[in-house]
Design a protein around this ligand. Structure first.
Ligand code: G3I
Length: 380
């Protein structure tokens, strides 16, 4: 029937046909299948999931994801709680879980100012240690932890959240005691401990220009010094309107231009009323409970489910556009009930930021995310 149509009418008809087909295209049954060939799809898993106590959560992880991150198990305070004391039981189970299911295994995180015990920075009488002592502690920690999982953990978040929102270096004990080169040293030690591992600088709110520019300058400087930095981790603790799709696009383009890969490392989308004016994932923020800040304690209304679905679809559309640069998209948690956002920055809220609800059912956002990939494949 196209034969009798004018060219304009023909292409309009073709476009309408493609759109109609895309709308009805069978969404793939799993996230990892939907994005196979584009990028890995990961989830951060918690203690109950690592140890097999959360069977429902594990079933979702096994069916849907081909990468895992440890939500807390490999943070310094858990894996190295006291001088010379390492607790590898949980991390060993974490890595075994990933290997059993042939997953891309992420290590999170080596050098951070949070969840690091006070003793790391102090001497026997409570004073700050000197630069050489702290460098030695950092070196030993990285060599012991990265070394144990050499060739098994494929990617490490080496330095986490070293920058302030304005792009300057955060005044952490690492910076105060060692000086600016603590970041270069951490990457150098990690590379020496496992030369094959991918090494990431991981931070939040890099869609904001000032902070992004700070990271770009930092990575450019490290690269000029010959330090191995494989990727930048955009944490992706997002909201319904921030960052815009354009901000995300600009950010991915900027890091592509810098010559590093990008991993979306901790994605979740907040639907609750903002408790602060800052766009941040700063864990030290605390805001008082207030029922007005917790409107969806009995469930998420359909209209907001839909908004969340469209928002997820918009972001995954940008990730797909940059699939030559984006290596992995990791959701920070498995179901809504698992999310850190239920307790941050207000304790005890009912948050709905992920793709699976509290009973482990896929949400409209899940369908939207799989459909974006299916549609892209149909139209390519
Ligand atoms: O393990 C204790 C438990 O023994 C105790 O009974 C319980 C009482 O509150 O607390 C438990 O520890 C909590 C821990 O999560 C494990 O659930 C801590 O209080 C709580 O502060 C900690 O929160 C973690 C947060 O990092 C702390 O920095 C979140 O689970 C984790 O999702 C979050 O992850 C960070 C990334 O590592 C870096 N980027 C930001 C992201 C979100 O904050």
């Amino acid at each position: 029937m196209f034969v009798k149509m004018q060219p304009m009418v023909r292409s309009a008809a073709l476009a309408a046909f493609i759109l109609a087909f895309a709308a009805t295209a069978q969404a793939p049954t799993s996230l990892k299948e939907a994005y196979r060939g584009d990028f890995a799809i990961g989830a951060a898993i918690n203690t109950a999931q690592i140890t097999g106590q959360d069977r429902r959560g594990d079933a979702i992880v096994e069916a849907q994801f081909n990468s895992i991150s440890p939500e807390n198990a490999l943070k310094w305070e858990n894996v190295h709680p006291a001088p010379g004391v390492y607790a590898f039981d949980l991390p060993d189970q974490y890595v075994a879980f990933g290997e059993k299911h042939h997953m891309f295994i992420v290590g999170h995180c080596l050098v951070w100012h949070n969840q690091v015990p006070a003793w790391v920075f102090r001497d026997d009488i409570g004073n700050f240690v000197d630069r050489e002592t702290l460098l030695k502690r950092m070196h030993d920690h990285i060599f012991t932890v990265v070394g144990r999982y050499k060739g098994r953990i494929q990617s490490w978040d080496v330095v986490n959240e070293a920058l302030n929102d304005d792009g300057t270096l955060r005044q952490s004990p690492w910076l105060k005691i060692i000086g600016e080169d603590y970041i270069a040293k951490a990457f150098q030690y990690a590379h020496e401990a496992d030369p094959q591992a991918q090494l990431t600088y991981n931070d939040y709110s890099l869609e904001n220009g000032a902070k992004r520019n700070g990271v770009i300058a930092l990575i450019a400087k490290l690269k000029a010094q010959g330090i191995t930095v494989t990727s930048v981790g955009l944490q992706g603790h997002d909201g319904l309107t921030w960052p815009s799709v354009e901000d995300e696009d600009t950010t991915l383009s900027a890091f592509a231009k810098l010559g590093v890969k990008v991993a979306i490392t901790e994605l979740d989308i907040d639907v609750l009323p903002p408790a602060t004016r800052q766009q941040s994932a700063e864990v030290s923020l605390k805001v008082q409970q207030d029922p007005k800040l917790n409107p969806y304690a009995d469930g998420l209304p359909q209209s907001v489910q839909q908004q969340l679905a469209e928002r997820y679809a918009g972001l995954f559309g940008v990730y797909l556009k940059h699939r030559d640069v984006v290596t992995r998209v990791t959701l920070w948690g498995v179901t809504d009930g698992d999310s850190w956002r239920n307790d941050w920055p207000v304790k005890g809220r009912t948050s709905h930021p992920l793709l699976f609800d509290r009973s482990g059912q896929p949400k409209p956002a899940f369908q939207a995310v799989t459909r974006v990939a299916a549609t892209a494949k149909t139209t390519n």
